[in-house]
Design a protein around this ligand. Structure first.
Ligand code: FES
Length: 167
């Protein structure tokens, strides 16, 4: 049986701790190839009326919203269309859109959709994962193409190969 010295054990533990909290590891776990999925067409959107969809797979609820004001990561002619995972980053309760914010009914965390899903009240310490969108001006179609941030309850956002739409 191989003996591990105390120094080796502590050094290894420290390295694992650093890896598990490093932005590089989070990026590696959230930067897999994502499916490209049509979510909506701009002609059907109304300011303040959320559109529910699932992304990157059917088990991951998300919401697209036209805010009516320019937003970080916003697409479309006015840069005001954004989308987020609708699972609260605290304990995974569903969030709902109301009065220009996402609100979690479980413990009242609130997230700002105009600022990349930044949390500004409540227990949640992580921002809502933002769905990366692409707007096609020629058709008005809006596609989901990725996720920034780790979706609640997952060790990686893309769990398995999913079917993609044609470009
Ligand atoms: S689950 Fe949303 S604040 Fe606790």
């Amino acid at each position: 049986m191989t003996k591990i010295s105390r120094r080796t054990f502590i050094g290894g533990s420290a390295m694992m701790g650093a890896l598990l909290t490093s932005p590089e590891l989070v990026k590696a776990l959230t930067s897999q190839p994502y499916p490209r999925v049509k979510v909506a067409n701009i002609r059907n959107l109304r300011v303040g009326e959320p559109v529910s969809f699932n992304y990157p797979d059917e088990h991951s609820p998300a919401v697209l919203i036209k805010l009516g004001e320019r937003a970080y990561g916003g697409v479309g002619p006015d840069g005001d269309i954004v989308a987020f995972s609708s699972l609260c980053t605290h304990m995974g309760c569903p969030v709902s859109y109301s009065k220009k914010r996402f609100v979690c009914a479980c413990h009242y965390s609130m997230f700002d959709p105009a600022k990349n899903g930044q949390t500004y009240q409540g227990h949640a310490s992580e921002w809502l994962p933002q769905i990366i969108l692409r707007f096609e001006p020629s058709t008005g179609d809006i596609y989901a193409e990725g996720v920034e941030g780790l979706i609640w309850g997952r060790v990686r956002n893309v769990l398995k190969a999913t079917k993609t739409t044609k470009k």
